[in-house]
Every structure is written in C-alpha cells, then in structure tokens.
Design a protein around this ligand. Sequence first.
Ligand code: IMP
Ligand code: MG
Length: 184
Amino acid sequence: MLPSTASLKQTGGRELKRIVFDEQTIARRVRELGQEITVAYPDGELLVLGLLKGSFIFLSDLVRRIERPLQVDFLVAASYGADTISSGNVRLLYDPETELRGKHILLVEDIVDTGKTLNRMVSLLRERAPRSLEICALLHKHLAQHLELEPAFVGFDAPRVFLVGYGLDHAENFRHLPYVASLT
Ligand code: IMP
Ligand code: MG
C-alpha cells in the first residue's frame, strides 16, 4: 500500500508514483544475495563496507543473511545535493577506521547510476591494498559509461527513473519506506 497522499505531501512535495520492488521481493533477493556472498568467500577476513547513507537498510538486512564471520564498517560519500541529477562531485566525509589491508572488502552500495561514486571509491580502496575488492549493489541502472569495477553482486536491474525507499532518498526523504518506489 502506498502511504496516504497527506503524509507524502509533507515530504518535500514529491509524491510516489508506483512501487517498483516490494518488500517481499526485496527480502527474497537479499536472502539469495546473502547465500551467494557466503559461498563466494570460503576463506579469509571479510569486511562489509557500507556506503552511507543510502546502503544502511540494505546492508543491515544483507549482513544478517551472510553465514560466515565478517566485520562491518562504513564509508560516507556525498555526491548529490537536493536534486535528482548527479553533480559528479564526490566527497568523502567519513573514512573507515577498520584496517583494510589483506582483507576481502565487499563495498555495499544502494544504487549504481552514473557510477561516479563507485569509481571514486574503488580507486580509493585499491590504494589500501585489500586482499580483494568487490561490489554489491541493491540496484543497477546500467547507465554508467565506464565502471572501474562491475558489481559482482546485484540485487535488481533498475528502471532508469529516480527511485526512493529502502534507504534511497530524495532530498533526504523517503529513506524509511520498506519498498523501492518511483517518484512522480
Ligand atoms: P552515481 O555516482 O551517479 O552512480 O550515483 C550514486 C549515488 O547517487 C547513489 O549511491 C545514490 O545515493 C544516488 N542515486 C543515484 N540514483 C538514484 C536514484 O534513482 N534514487 C536515489 N538516489 C540515487
Ligand atoms: Mg542520495
């Protein structure tokens, strides 16, 4: 069920158009991704590195489906202002304090759009000499002209429209929605 129009009008003036991935569909896929990741890392230390803020719900659901020892840390990058167009400006606001050297790093991203954020993060993380570096993205728009590293784990191919919910925001609103929806 979409929230009532009254509650949506309070959140930045944009309204939801339709649910693109519902709660059950996401939960099923996240469980599968957890299994894929579990078998992909038979040994070594695994550090799941969430790119904030967008990945916070996805990451918290995902790590509970990975059945092997792991550590969790976060990166904070900012690329978008209060707009739906990528500024191309990626700033690092928080750098993980966990040691990355020699570990399997799994970078968790909410959505791959232009790929600028990921490309910047990948070059930065490669400098820290991890044992391996892979990407897990909930959504992939397949728009990026050049990706330094294609995500090894993808939840869903996404339509090329602006999406919100399950961590994704529009001007910081809608992150709490348990599903992914498009905006009007
Ligand atoms: P990119 O650098 O263009 O790939 O965009 C990366 C970031 O922009 C994502 O991690 C999101 O935070 C945000 N973003 C891109 N597309 C969307 C969208 O459709 N909805 C909400 N946020 C998005
Ligand atoms: Mg965002």
